[in-house]
Structures are given as C-alpha cells and as structure tokens.
Write a protein that binds this ligand. Structure first.
Ligand code: BDR
Ligand code: CA
Length: 313
C-alpha cells in the first residue's frame, strides 16, 4: 500500500488524478494539500473541498500559502482558457463548501505527516512545487524521511508549454522547483516528454462516465471544457498530465527514466527550464556537480497507462 499526500491545484486533470488516487486499491490517500497554479489558492482549495465532498474522500485538505517561495517573483496569471474561470471547467462549483479545512498550512501538514510515518509517505506533486519547498525549508530533515517524491512538471527533451523553455508547474515557481529537485530525497519527474503523448479520447472519457458511476460522470462533466481546449492543440482528446504521475506510483514499469542531477533555471529567457545532467556524462565543473541523481521520465507505454487510468476510474 502506498501512503500518498497529493499536492495539487485542481484543475481539471488534477481532478482526474484525485479520483484515480481515491479509487486505486494500492493507494492510501492520507492528505490533499493545495497550491495556486491553475487558479488562485482560494479557488483550488475550494475545488479540492468540492471534490472531497462530491466523491466522499476521507483525506483532509490543507491549504497552501498563495505565494511563490521568492515573494519578489512577479505573479503569473491563471490559465482560464485551459481549466475555466473556476478551475474546474466552468461547471458552476458552489462558491463556498461547508467542510472544514485542516487547521495547518499545507507545508506544515506535509512535515507532520511525514514525521508521523517515517519512510512511508510518497509525495505526489502536480502543481507548483511551493508547498514541498516550504516544507523542506522549514524542516530539511524530512528529506530523509520521505519514501519518494513524484512530480508532474518540467520538459527535458521537448519544448515547454508556457514558454518554449518551460512547463507551467515549474515556470510558476522555479526557485521552489530547484530546491525540490536538488534535495537529498528520491525524485521522479514526469514531464511533458511523456504526458503530451498520453491523450485520452472523448470516447474513452464517455466509456469511463458510463462505467464509473456518479463520480466518473462528474469528472466527465468537469473535463469537457479542457477537452475542447486540448482538441484545438493536440487533435483528439485531453492530455492527462497529472494522472500520469499517479500512475507512476503504482506502475513504474510502464515508464522509462533517465538518471542524473536536475536543475531549474531561475530567471532570464529560459526561466523555469528543467535541465538534467545525465549520469556518466563528463563535463568541466558545473552547477550540477555533487547533487543527488534524480529520475527524469523519458518514455511511457501510453496505451497501458491510459488503460490503467480508465480501469481505475
Ligand atoms: C500542468 O499544468 C496544469 O495545467 C496541469 O494541471 C498540469 O499539472 C501541465 O503543464
Ligand atoms: Ca496540476
């Protein structure tokens, strides 16, 4: 059983990933922590509570601090054309959800839960890396206590999606992402190299809605706006970025990874770019030297991952 804290910015594909974690029999979802990204942290937290209530999820929700790690960094807007004004495909989410939040800020919730379960917790982060970075900054010793970190973000051998250099989750808080990638804990990065190849068609989505009961029908409604957006860009369906990271937790064999230290460019025209120094390649002294080797995902069995997601949902 994998104990998972899901750090998320719901977000349409985040909603699918959340239902995957909730429904997969090998996952014990122990917490949901929210971060800004697809919308403000107020909106993503409201959305997390809405999904928790709609799907009867037991895990508590802890709200993140709505600021980048470096508070001087200029604010990047919300991608309303991708996820809708409400972050959940404009389905009319109620403005307030009558459910309590965990009293702790997200990063404190992460620290406490990791410390209470040494060696057992997997952090799955599919928004900005802000909460993980704050947790590390406040309590660096948790790096040795976390089982693993799985990130949706970055682009290694392919272009970004927010600039030619950068993917949105990393671009939204590069200083946080650099701290997370270079910390001494085992990180696997599931980036655009593989997620852009993992496209769920409308017919797969309708099949899920038919077979998965009311929760899957709600997910299907939420997804329509996002499918419309992706169909203009990828042709035949929705890219299931965040579910790929969740699938990796239970089925790593469906992915191919490359090992090496990873840095994030902070500033300049390549702000938010992720660059790996593959293990075994020799260079003169550089900014990757001495850092932990992490895994960047460069291959995926997309058909098998989509089937796994479909069967689970
Ligand atoms: C990432 O950005 C968001 O739009 C998605 O939820 C995903 O986490 C993809 O770049
Ligand atoms: Ca996300």
């Amino acid at each position: 059983m994998h104990k998972v804290i899901f750090d998320t910015d719901p977000g349409v594909d985040d909603a699918m990933a959340l239902l995957f974690l909730h429904r997969h029999p090998a996952i014990d979802l122990v917490g949901i922590t929210t971060v800004f990204g697809n919308a403000s942290v107020e909106t993503t937290t409201r959305n997390a509570l809405f999904l928790k209530r709609s799907w009867d999820i037991a895990a508590p929700v802890a709200k993140g601090i709505g600021e980048t790690l470096d508070s001087e960094r200029p604010h990047v807007g919300w991608p309303t054309s991708v996820h809708g004004d409400d972050g959940l495909g404009n389905i009319d989410v109620p403005s307030e959800i009558d459910l309590p939040l965990d009293p702790r800020p997200a990063h404190r919730f992460i620290i406490d839960t990791v410390r209470a379960n040494p060696g057992e917790v997997t952090l799955v982060a599919v928004g900005r890396m802000t909460n993980l970075a704050r947790a590390l900054r406040d309590d660096p010793a948790i790096a040795a206590l976390v089982k693993s970190v799985v990130i949706m973000g970055g682009a290694f051998d392919v272009p970004g999606n927010i600039t030619p250099a950068a993917e949105a989750n990393i671009h939204g808080d590069p200083e946080a992402a650099d701290l997370v990638m270079t910390a001494p804990w085992p990180v696997t990065v599931i980036g655009l190299d593989v997620t852009m190849r993992t496209v769920m068609t409308r017919s797969m989505l309708s099949d899920i809605a038919e077979r998965g009961g009311a929760p899957a029908r709600l997910l299907c409604d939420i997804s329509q706006f996002y499918v419309d957006f992706y169909e203009q860009h990828v042709e035949d369906g929705m890219v299931v970025h965040d579910s790929c990271a969740c699938a990796y937790v239970v089925a790593p064999d469906l992915f191919r990874t490359r090992s090496g230290a990873i840095r994030v460019i902070c500033g300049g025209i390549a702000d938010g770019q992720t660059i790996q120094k593959p293990d075994g390649r020799l260079f003169p002294p550089n900014a990757w030297d001495g850092l932990p080797s992490q895994r960047a995902c460069i291959g995926i069995d997309a058909g098998a991952v989509l089937s796994l997601i479909g069967e689970t949902l």
